[in-house]
Design a protein around this ligand. Structure first.
Ligand code: FAD
Length: 463
């Protein structure tokens, strides 16, 4: 049998190579470091953690990333095995000794009889005669390969300043204050005239909000980020506010064409709009609210918006260089490039965000490729699982609007319970009392986490 080629020995590539090799199939893993460096990696080790040493919460019963840990362990993940073996104390989080972790991954891959590691930069997409290929070159994919990917996918934007707008769990928005309405009640393709959630502000609230934006602590640019352009010229809200106190009121916060359903006689001075972010409607993003305010300052400032006082953020806004594919348009549900199906993509380049998520996509992609080579194709895990939810988010779980705004609005995201379908039935209080607020959310997460892990174990038993 031909070997499967994996390009990129980061978190996703290392995990994919391991999963394939464990199925008895030969793998050639191509890693460019140390021949060619990236702007963030510091060593030539495989699975180097470029920034923090944390895999985030290890609580599989209450937390979505903890659920992802548990699923990956159930799938025999190398990254999780090496993380567990190199754990450092970090409360409920799984944090690792980064060098010990990277050495453990590298040594397991180097000594596996089915794996060959070649240190070289790949600059061309290999032809179909070379067999299956997994591209796992990460957010810092080398420029030559990025250009080649642009060429074969026909896309015109791959690397950009990723100005990210925050995303909020719908159930945490106070609909006694906010209301559903599209601007001028416009019914677009597939729309209802009530497609947006609107949060009103009076003059005093607006002025206080602008002051907080201008005064809030911002993330500064890293040297190597300075030459990357803004995506589509979209500016962070605090920079718009600095340019003029009225700028936001004439931009993303304009109140025109909107009538407060709770107080129709009072004209709002400014309005913040939120747009549905996933097909399930469990998440809404803040339209035009990309920001580089630091996380602490950001949630504080955004909770000043009427209706968002108790907002729970699925993702906060941010600004950093990022390279990712327009995956919903380009990839099938097996992570294959539709135009060149011998090529799969894995890891952060596909539009997931984070170490654990990149590992999960590497794990799934490795399993898909291995089973294809064995002639026993498998379906992705169900969307009730954390792994299935990420694959679904990447390959089609977003809203594919007829006007084409769906795939374009696709943004990298961490795993969160909003990516999983809601429960068929609400959990009941153990003593029959009415469930409310935080207790209700906590119980819901627990039931969703249990459902996810049960479903994942059933799926993994079939592969
Ligand atoms: P990587 O781990 O980056 O692996 C890609 C590999 O491909 C690298 O080893 C690279 O050298 C290699 N490669 C690239 N091009 C080629 C080529 N042409 N030929 C051969 N090899 C190639 N996530 C978190 O959870 N926590 C954080 O603190 C965090 N901090 C981040 C900081 C920065 C600066 C960046 C850019 C991202 C950060 N992320 C963080 C996001 C993300 O989770 C990590 O980037 C993660 O490492 C992605 O995994 P990956 O396997 O997709 O890519």
């Amino acid at each position: 049998k031909q070997p499967i080629h994996v390009v990129g020995g980061g978190l996703a590539g290392s995990e994919a190579a391991w999963q394939i090799a464990e199925k008895g199939i030969k793998v050639v893993l191509h890693e460019m470091r140390p021949t060619r460096e990236t702007d963030a990696h510091k060593t030539d080790g495989l699975a180097e953690l470029v920034c923090s040493n944390s895999f985030r919460s290890d609580d599989a019963e209450n937390n979505a990333v903890g659920l992802l840990h548990a699923e990956l362990r159930a799938a025999g993940s190398l990254i999780m095995k090496c993380a567990d073996a190199n754990k450092v104390p970090a409360g409920g989080a799984l944090a690792v000794d980064r060098d010990g972790f990277s050495h453990a991954v590298q040594s397991a891959l180097e000594t596996h009889e089915n794996i060959e590691i070649i240190r070289e930069e790949i600059t061309q997409i290999p032809p179909a005669e070379d067999g299956q290929v997994i591209m796992a070159t990460g957010p810092l994919t080398s420029p030559a390969l990025s250009e080649e990917i642009l060429r074969v996918t026909g896309e015109n934007s791959l690397a950009f300043f990723d100005a990210i707008a925050p995303i909020i769990h719908t159930e945490s928005i106070n609909m006694d204050v906010a209301w559903f309405q599209s601007r001028y009640d416009k019914v677009g393709p597939g729309g209802t005239g009530k497609d947006y959630i609107n949060c009103p502000m009076d003059k005093e609230q607006y002025e206080a909000f602008i002051d907080a934006l201008i005064g809030g602590e911002k993330t500064s640019f890293k040297e190597w980020e300075e030459n990357t352009p803004y995506f589509d010229g979209c500016l962070p809200i605090e920079i718009m506010a600095e340019r003029g106190r009225e700028t936001l009121r004439h931009g993303p916060m304009k109140p025109m064409g909107l009538t407060n359903a709770h107080q129709p006689d009072i004209k709002a001075y400014a309005v913040v709009q939120l747009r549905q972010d996933n097909a399930l409607g469990t998440l809404y993003n803040m339209v035009g609210f990309q920001t580089k305010l630091k996380y602490g300052a950001q949630s504080e400032v955004l909770r000043m918006i009427p209706g968002l006082e108790e907002a729970q953020f699925a993702r906060l806004g941010g600004l950093h260089r990022n390279t990712f594919l327009n995956s919903p348009r380009l990839l099938d549900d097996q992570m294959r490039l539709k135009a060149l199906p011998h090529i799969r993509f894995a890891g952060q380049i596909t539009g997931c965000e984070g170490y654990v998520e990149s590992t999960a996509v590497g794990c799934m992609t490795g399993l898909f490729a291995a089973h294809q080579a064995l002639g026993t194709d498998i379906a992705p895990p169900p969307v009730t699982t954390a792994c299935g939810a990420i694959v679904n988010h990447i390959t089609g779980g977003h809203i594919d609007r007829e006007d084409g705004s769906g795939p374009r609005s696709f943004q990298p995201m961490n795993i969160n319970f909003g990516l999983l379908p809601p429960l068929d039935e609400m959990p009941k209080h153990p003593e029959g009392k009415r469930l409310r607020g935080k207790e209700k959310t906590r119980l819901k997460k627990q039931v969703m986490a249990k459902r996810g892990l049960d479903d994942f174990k059933a799926w993994v038993a079939t592969v």
